[in-house]
Structure formats: C-alpha cells, structure tokens
Design a binder for this molecule. Structure first.
Ligand SMILES: *Cc1c(COP(=O)(O)O)cnc(C)c1O
Length: 463
C-alpha cells in the first residue's frame, strides 16, 4: 500500500465546503463524499489507482454520484414503441390537460371529502360516480383501486359461498398475478366451469343454473383471441337468461372506452361502457387505465341495489381509491363527455385515433431531423403495425409509420442502450437491423429530446 498516495487524498471537509455543493443538503453531500472517498481509498490501497485525482476531479466524481441518486426510482420516459398502453411503461399517459387540472390537488389540499356549498363533509366519489353513470347509462357506480379489486369486491359481495358459472374459454390470466379462477376462489365464490375452451353455448349456462349456479360471470378475453371453431355467448343473450332465472349477470369488461370510438375515428372495435350496460348486464367492471385512458383504477357500474351493497361491504374501504386517482379519473371522464375534447385531450384516445397518413407525415418530419443530426446513418421511414397494448384489443393492428434508424460506427444494441440510458430514457423497438421510433406514442416535445440524444450519441462516436 502506498501511504504517501493515501495521504494525498483530499480531506472530506475541503470537499464539502466547495462552491458547487453550497445549495445542497449537507448530509447528502457528506454521504456522497464518503462514498467517493471510500472508493478512492480502496482503489489506491489495492494498487488499482496510482495517482490521486485533483480536488476538482473529486468534486466531479461526487457530483456524478449525486446525479446517480437523482436517477434512482421511477422516472418519466419517452415511449417510442408505438404500443399505446405499454404495461411496463405505466399503461395510460394522462396528458397535459389533465395534469394542469389536478396540479393544485396533487401539490396541496382539495375537496376530497368536503362540500363547498354546505361547508360540511362531502362524499369522496360523488362526482366521479355521476360521470360514470352519465357516460355509461348505468343507474349507479363506484370507483376502486384497480379492476382486479373491482372483480374481487363484486364477487365477494354478490357471490360469497355461491356457485358462479363461467365459461372455460374465459378463465383468463391477465398479467403474471391475476387469474380469474384464483380471484374467484379468494372471493369465496365457488367456480362452476362450463362449456369448452373453444366453445360455450347458452344451453351450458342454462344447465349450470339448473345445477345451482346463482350468478353468471362473463369475462372479456382481453389478451388473447380464439380463432377457428369457436363461439361464446354474448352478454346480451346471457342477460336475457339471467333475468329469466332471477340471477345477476356480472360482466368483467377488462378494458373499455367511455366514448364511442367511432366518433373519434378509432377503428378496430373495442367495447364501450355504454354497450356493456345496454347489453343488460347487472354489473360491469373495467380498468381506468386501459382504453378509458386514465389513472389506475377500477370502475364498477350497474344496478343501484348491487352497487349500494358493495359500497357497504368492509372491503370497499380496503380497495378505495386515493385522492390522486379520484381526481385523475374525474378529469378524464369529464374530458370524455365531449368527443372532440376527448380526442384532443386524452392521450390514449389521441394516439389511437391517429391515422396512417398523419403518422407518415410525422415520421417523415422526424426522420428529416434525425438524418440531419446523424449524417451517414441510414434513416428511413417504414410502415408498422402499432398496438393498443395492455391487454385491450388483442389481434387488432393499428397501421402506423416509424422512423427506422440504422447506425454506423456503433452497433444497434449500443444505440438502443444509449437511448435507454438518456437523461430522459427513450424506449424503442428493434426490428431486424433497425431501431424503430414510432411517432404514435410520442408526447409533445419528445421529438426534440430524441433528436438531441441522437446528436449526442452520434458526436460521441465520431469524436
Ligand atoms: C386488465 C383486466 C383485469 C385487471 O385489471 P387491473 O386494472 O389491471 O387490475 C381484470 N379483468 C380483465 C378482463 C382485464 O382485462
């Protein structure tokens, strides 16, 4: 060990007193200094370093540790994948309009349970419930934490200790940890599987009712499609049977629009909350952050008698949404009252309504900027099949366009990593030898950041 070198390592206090750390929390700077100096001592002691860095260089090392700390935890990213409800990237983006509307509530106090007219205690979800009823045509509604909670609460209240008939073709798994049969079991309902994986008939449900079923459950197969010899019974047909037999029909729609997608120019189908209620289902439930385009939430809507019972269930408190969720859901649904506003201000709806013509124009414009930033790289535009994602419209392709970038002087995976590790990380798709950047899922200003990052990476490699 070289003691002379060790003695030349700057003293902690001289580092702490430097100008660049003056406005930072003293304890935080101390921690960075300690980590930096410990690392330095270890590498000097092991002989790995044979020169002690200057005080300036030590300060730079500390700054980079502090920046690393800033980057820990969840971060905002640019989604250039063209997958609108990207599960790993937080499903629905909420957009500027909503953010401006709730900023004050997020940063300060709000009327969560306060009635301004009377100055007395108010109801947390009254307004969001009113909006859900207005948009879906339901008699009553409630909001919970997510759709898994909505299904769980519904079955716990309406089917505990009872037999529930469900088609074998609808015993789905959504994501890693949500399986319909398991959630049913947890709720205390007794599962009665009927029909076959590919085909279930109305007669199968009637036979289940004969055998003691007290509730019919229909689940939208959100993330897969059976093609070929297959068939299921529509919610409308089930509702008729359920009414005849005096049992409730619960319809887990998974993902649905609260505005008619046709009015927004969104092709590819997809249910609306209104169609679920109009089918005659007694209770419907769906996610707030799939095609509804809002925050993570679960929506339950339907007959007043059932919703009132669920609200009184102690589990309702366990799964109740917080003020951030309630305010975000309220604002989204408020925007969804008017289709033109919805298309403009709810990002999920804007993104899905973009047609190939407009996307081609945007891709062309971005490609022009990228090729100016990286002369010599191959930058083209190509048609793509974008997706709604998030287990919402399986098998439906949204024709789009992307910028296809093939770098020179760095590998494709180096480019991908360089984009991913940008100050604002950029997530893109790789296809064959190209990196694809899809304008469909870019938010305002993202194109500038992408171009700036490509400029940095390009300059990094060309000197
Ligand atoms: C997505 C989905 C769920 C779970 O909803 P979360 O909001 O993710 O909890 C339940 N059922 C169906 C049919 C779904 O598509």
């Amino acid at each position: 060990m070289d003691n002379k070198l060790i003695r030349r390592i700057p003293n902690m206090n001289t580092l702490l007193d430097r100008e660049e750390f003056r406005d930072l929390d003293r304890e935080r700077v101390k921690r960075a200094a300690r980590a930096f100096l410990d690392g330095l001592r270890t590498s000097v002691a092991s002989g790995e370093t044979d020169e002690v860095p200057s005080a300036n260089a030590c300060a730079r090392g500390m700054l980079s540790l502090l920046e690393e700390e800033d980057r820990e935890g969840m971060r905002g990213v640019i989604n250039a994948t063209g997958i609108v409800l990207h599960t790993n990237l937080g499903r629905a983006p909420l957009g500027e309009e909503l953010y401006r509307a709730v900023e004050r509530i997020y940063s300060g106090y709000g009327t969560l349970e306060y009635d301004l007219e009377s100055g007395e205690r108010g109801s947390r979800c009254a307004y969001v419930e009113k909006l859900i009823c207005e948009l879906s045509g339901a008699e009553a509604a409630m909001a919970v934490n997510n759709n898994a909670a909505a299904v769980f609460l519904t079955l716990s209240e309406l089917a505990k200790g009872k037999k529930v008939a469900i088609s074998r073709g609808e015993l789905v798994e959504i994501g890693g940890s949500f399986r319909i049969p398991e959630i049913m079991e947890q709720s205390g309902a007794e599962l009665m599987e009927i029909g076959c994986t590919n085909k279930t008939r109305l007669g199968d449900y009637a036979a289940a009712l004969d055998a003691g079923a007290e509730l019919l459950l229909k689940v939208h197969t959100s993330n897969y499609r059976i093609v070929g010899f297959s068939g299921s019974v529509s919610a409308g047909e089930l509702a008729v049977l359920a009414r005849e037999r005096g049992v409730p029909l619960v319809y887990d729609m998974g993902s649905c629009f609260t505005v008619d997608p046709e009015l927004l120019g969104i092709s590819g189908g997809g249910h609306t909350a209104r169609s679920g209620i109009e089918s005659g289902a007694d209770v419907i439930c769906f996610s707030g952050d799939k095609l509804t385009g809002s925050a993570q939430a679960g929506v339950i809507a339907g007959r007043r008698e059932y919703i009132s019972r669920m609200k009184k269930n102690p589990l309702a408190r366990v799964v109740r949404p917080d003020k951030l969720t309630v305010s975000a859901l309220e604002q989204t649904l408020k925007l969804c009252r008017y289709p033109d506003t919805a298309r403009k201000c709810v990002p999920v709806l804007s993104m899905l309504s973009l047609g190939p013509g407009e996307l081609k124009r945007r891709a062309g414009e971005l490609a022009g900027r990228i090729s100016a930033a990286a002369p010599g790289w191959t930058v083209e535009i190509c048609p793509t099949a974008d997706e709604a994602g998030g287990g919402s419209l399986p098998g439906v392709e949204f024709p789009g366009w992307a910028v296809a970038v093939e770098p020179k002087g760095m590998t494709l995976s180096e480019l991908e990593e360089g984009m991913r590790l940008a100050p604002t990380p950029i997530v893109l798709r790789l296809h064959e030898s190209k990196a694809l950047i899809s304008p469909r899922t870019l938010m305002p200003g993202d194109g500038d950041e992408i171009t700036a990052r490509i400029t940095e990476l390009y300059n990094g490699i060309s000197g």
